[in-house]
Each structure stands twice: as C-alpha cells, then as structure tokens.
Design a protein around this ligand. Structure first.
Ligand code: CP
Length: 311
C-alpha cells in the first residue's frame, strides 16, 4: 500500500480513510513486535523531532519522545514554553519557521484550536497535531481506534458510548470522526446538558449518515455497549462555575460496570480526575491504564516512521 503519510502533516483525522488507518495499524503492530524483541531500531537515525508543547502533557509528550528515541532519532523536547522565546512574544508563524531549520518534524500541542494547522502553513517540515484546543487530537484517536481493534479483532458493528465533558474533549471529537469509516458502528453520547457534543462533530456525523443518540443518563445503555469511553471534565477550558456544576456528574465504579457485558472494554485516554474509581482498575475490561497507554507508543512510532520514511 502506498505510504500517503510520507512528508504529510497530521492535523485532523478528516482526510484519513480506512486504507490510511490500516497502514498506520499495520506499522503499529510491527512496532509492537519490534519493541518486544529489540526495544527499537535505527530507522530514524539522523532525523530530529521538535516537540513543541504549549500546554501540559505527560503521555503525548513522553510517548512521542520515546517513539523517536526507540527509532534512533533525536529530539528537541520543549514541554512548556516559559523558557523559550515564545515567552518574549515570538509568534507561532515564526516559531514554525525557526524549528523547520533545526528539525525534520514538529509535534505540537497548543491551547488554541487551529494552531497546529497555522503552524503547518508556515513550517517547511511536517507538523503533527498533538492536541489543539478543544478541536482535535488525531494521534490519540488513532491509538484509541487501534486499541478497540485489538480488543474486538474488528471495527465494524460495535456500539461505542462516550460519556462526560464531550464539549471540550478533543480525543473523542477525533475518534467519533474516525469511526464513521466503519459499517454498523453505533455511537451514543452521554453528557451533562451544559457540556454536550460540539455542533461541528454532530454535523460531521450527520453528513456521514451515522446514527447517533445523545443522553444525559447512561446506566440503561451499559448492558448494550461494547466500548465505554470515559472523559475528564476539562477544567482548563471552562469557568470555575461550570466546572463545579459538571465535575463529579459521572463516576464509573464497580456497581456501574457490573451492568456491562463481559467482553466489553472501558477506555479513558487519561489523565483521570475522579471520573473512574480506581476500584475498577483490576477489572479485565479496564484497559485504560494498560493496553491503551502502551499502544500510545506503538501508534506514535508508526506515525513518525511513516511520515519521515518513504516505504
Ligand atoms: N491523553 C493525553 O493526551 O494525555 P496527556 O495530556 O498527558 O498528553
């Protein structure tokens, strides 16, 4: 299959079709085997990744860093911009141009929706969106889809329930958009009224003729769903007043998951702040702290390798 990711930006999942996703997943499976056998290789030796994180991150930042290192590449790791010239007022445009001279790829997280796309316009090297405001988080959605595929050995005919603050949660925006590519997918969304699904995602699903339902309560859906995707209330994107209103609305605990099917899975791309009780961490359906986290590295290794090497 032609590597259409080569030297391309990854800003949104909108242009990713099933073939593109399949290519990334095949490569991610290769990466999982590679890490298991040898820890890594030198396929990206001599290449440099600039990780420009204008917003806090543990997983996305570290997994992109370790992905590059496991493939023999170098890194410019900037997690927080307080000690960079951004703090002196340098523009996003100039930053993108400058790092194009030092690196072969930019991975960027930014609090403003559309920021990665702007950086991509000015950069002379590929830009990967590592989360832009409340807009998208494409690599996380690919990780989540890969994890679902591993669990069910398929991506069609599944019922996925996403719960929590979906108004501000970029990974579920990207995941919902990716899921439209698979037949028989049913999506349900349960949120407090004030933080319901963004209009642009609703519109995207309607345009793709996807049937979906929105709720405020979800207990009676639990016996039917294959995937329960839990999200954090994104305090950093809302007023104190709204945060106190919606925080704690949903807490997934042992009692709730007792209603779920034996072969269902519970996902969360983390960090969690109270919405999943740690009493369910040991349940075999809880894969958020194990497979979902580890897949972050394999999928990001795949993304970097496919963007940086024509193969
Ligand atoms: N899942 C995720 O994006 O986590 P971080 O914010 O820690 O990168």
């Amino acid at each position: 299959m032609k590597n259409i990711l080569f030297q391309k930006d990854l800003i949104t999942v909108d242009n990713l079709n099933r073939d593109n996703v399949h290519l990334i997943f095949e490569k991610a499976e290769e990466m999982e085997k590679l890490v298991g056998k040898r820890g890594g290789n030198d396929s990206l030796k001599g290449r440099i990744m600039a990780a420009l994180f204008f917003e806090p991150s543990s997983r996305t930042f570290s997994s992109f860093i370790t992905s590059m290192q496991r493939l023999g590449g170098g890194i410019i790791p900037l997690n927080g911009m307080a000690n960079t010239s951004i703090a002196k007022g340098e523009t996003l445009e100039d930053t993108a141009k400058v790092f194009s001279s030092y690196a072969d790829i930019i991975v960027m997280r930014h609090p403003t929706g559309g920021a990665a796309g702007i950086a991509a316009k000015f950069a002379e090297i590929p830009v990967v969106n590592a989360g832009d405001g409340i807009n998208e988080h494409p690599s996380q959605a690919l990780i989540d889809l890969f994890t679902i595929k591993q669990a069910f050995k398929r991506l069609n005919n599944l019922h996925i329930l996403m719960i929590g603050d979906l108004a501000h949660y970029r990974p579920t925006n990207s995941l919902a958009k990716l899921l439209v590519n698979y037949p028989g997918i049913k999506m349900s969304f349960a949120t407090p009224e004030e933080v319901s699904l963004p209009d642009n995602v609703r519109k995207y699903l309607k345009e793709h003729n996807i049937s979906f339902e929105e709720y405020n309560e979800f207990d009676n859906l639990l016996p039917k769903v294959d995937v329960l995707y839990v999200t954090r209330v994104k305090k950093e994107y809302m007023s104190e007043e709204l945060y106190h209103k919606v925080q704690g609305s949903y807490v997934v605990d042992r009692k709730l998951i007792s209603k779920m099917k034996k072969n269902s899975i519970i996902m969360h791309c983390l960090p969690r702040v109270g919405e999943i009780d740690s009493e369910i961490d040991g349940d075999p359906r809880s894969i958020f702290m194990t497979k979902q986290v580890r897949n972050g590295m394999y999928v990001r290794m795949a993304i970097l390798d496919l963007i940086l090497r024509n193969q």
